[in-house]
Design a protein around this ligand. Structure first.
Ligand SMILES: *Cc1c(COP(=O)(O)O)cnc(C)c1O
Length: 424
């Protein structure tokens, strides 16, 4: 029985794409990382002796919530960090990054982005767009940026700038964000951190780890990053967390970040859990598998879209990956909207809805977004979005299981075929 009404050609394309991915050993590679990371996660749960009592709802101020503190120690262990802050009160990845940057940068300090322009929503946080009086620049923080050299860090320039001794925070973004560059793998990040620390050991290295968690065997905090920051609506939430973010890293810095999240002297000691701890525990427990499913979905999409004739597919299906983002250039605004519409139709929630371009807080261009997800805006669930500007790139990510991911991708390809943007 086939209730999905894919055309024969789209089914055949899907079959060929999946075969190519398996034959190239790409799925087994993702499974190997998943096994290794799952072992780490389970070891952390055992070491902390997690029991069902740790999931108890704590309301009010949330003093002495042992379950919340244990979860934070588990994150620290999984990230190879001294400490971690895992909070529902981080509203998003942008918010967690904002709190961390505000905590670590004082007026007169310099923030140096060493992987080029940070993610769109951070432009307003830094103050390079938007003109908010609450931005870092408005508070008197200095900002400088070093571009990537090709797909790697410009190590000599980074070393020379940091060696002047006045850079308080060096910022690295692991994933591509809404840019044409590739992700920066842990080996490259390790070399960049070494260059910063050689030039000035006091400079704090902060990594925007969004979309990167569990993709590789190691995390930035295992290769010398002082702080890694991310969203629970992405990889480490495992599709279970209904909100939240995390910071993992050096204990003294995590303590400072906690004071800026809450209040001086309160720091990490407060915070009701609203009965959400069991989803956060379940999320980090499932995260290695869910990230592997999202990676397979991305690899499959890359192959299927290339076979369908798209040339601007990045990364290529067999290129190494450090994040779960897949992009494809679709060439026109209509094609981008059709692609997102097709993906939406292959989603479990709101499959009948058609995404339309609109304005998004924190983004400069009109955006179109497909996200038929259980949790609003969750992008570890299958989702696609893109700014309406040339080359009309769709940013595709997520997939709670590979089978559902594949159905979503094939629905997008079917829509492109029906509307005449491709001919199979
Ligand atoms: C998603 C993302 C962010 C922001 O996270 P939100 O939860 O969307 O605010 C920041 N940086 C990168 C690289 C991201 O992918």
């Amino acid at each position: 029985m086939s209730s999905f009404h894919f055309s024969e050609r789209v089914r055949a394309l899907g079959g060929a794409a999946e075969r190519d991915c398996r034959e190239a050993g790409l799925f087994s590679r993702a499974d190997e990382v998943c096994s290794e990371r799952s072992e780490q996660v389970l070891a952390a749960f055992r070491c902390e002796r997690v029991s069902s009592g740790d999931f108890a709802e704590v309301t009010g101020y949330g003093y002495s919530d042992g379950g919340r503190e244990k979860l934070e120690r588990i994150y620290a262990a999984i990230f190879g960090a001294q400490d971690a802050l895992v909070r529902l009160s981080f509203l998003s990845g942008t918010h967690a990054l904002t709190v961390a940057l505000r905590a670590l940068l004082r007026p007169g300090d310099t923030l140096l982005a060493i992987s080029g322009a940070p993610y769109d929503t951070l432009q307003a946080v830094i103050g390079t767009s938007g003109g908010s009086g609450a931005s870092l620049l408005a508070r008197g923080v200095r900002y400088e940026q070093i571009e990537l050299s090709g797909d790697s860090f410009d190590l000599p320039t980074i070393f020379a700038r940091v060696a002047r001794g006045d850079v308080r925070v060096a910022h690295i973004q692991r994933s591509r964000g809404y840019s044409a560059r590739g992700g920066l793998c842990i080996d490259k990040i390790a070399r960049a951190i070494a260059a910063v620390k050689d030039a000035c050991p006091e400079t704090i290295v902060l990594v925007d780890n969004c979309y990167g968690e569990f993709v590789e065997r190691r995390e930035p905090t295992m290769v010398g990053a002082d702080v890694a920051v991310g969203s629970l609506l992405k990889n480490p939430g495992g599709g279970m967390a209904s909100t939240g973010g995390y910071c993992a890293g050096r204990a003294d810095l995590i303590a400072e970040i906690a004071e800026w999240l809450t209040a001086p002297s309160i720091g990490r000691d407060l915070g009701a859990n609203f009965g959400q701890l069991s989803s956060l525990y379940k999320g980090i427990f499932l995260a290695p598998s869910v990230v592997a499913a999202a990676l397979k979905t991305a690899i499959f999409a890359a192959r299927a879209l290339s076979l369908a004739g798209f040339r601007g597919v990045s990364p290529r299906f067999d290129e190494p990956r450090t994040d779960i983002v897949q992009t494809v250039d679709l060439g026109s605004a209509d094609a981008l909207v059709a692609f997102c519409g097709g993906l939406q139709s292959g989603s479990p929630i709101d499959s009948f809805a058609r995404p339309e371009p609109g304005e998004m807080p924190g983004y400069e261009d009109l955006e179109v977004m497909a996200g038929g997800s259980f949790i609003g805006g969750s992008t570890i669930e299958l989702s696609a979005d893109g700014p309406l500007k040339p080359p009309y790139t769709a940013y595709l990510q997520g997939g709670l299981t590979f089978d559902y991911g594949k159905l979503g991708v094939l629905s997008a390809i079917e829509a492109m075929q029906e509307k005449g943007y491709i001919s199979l």
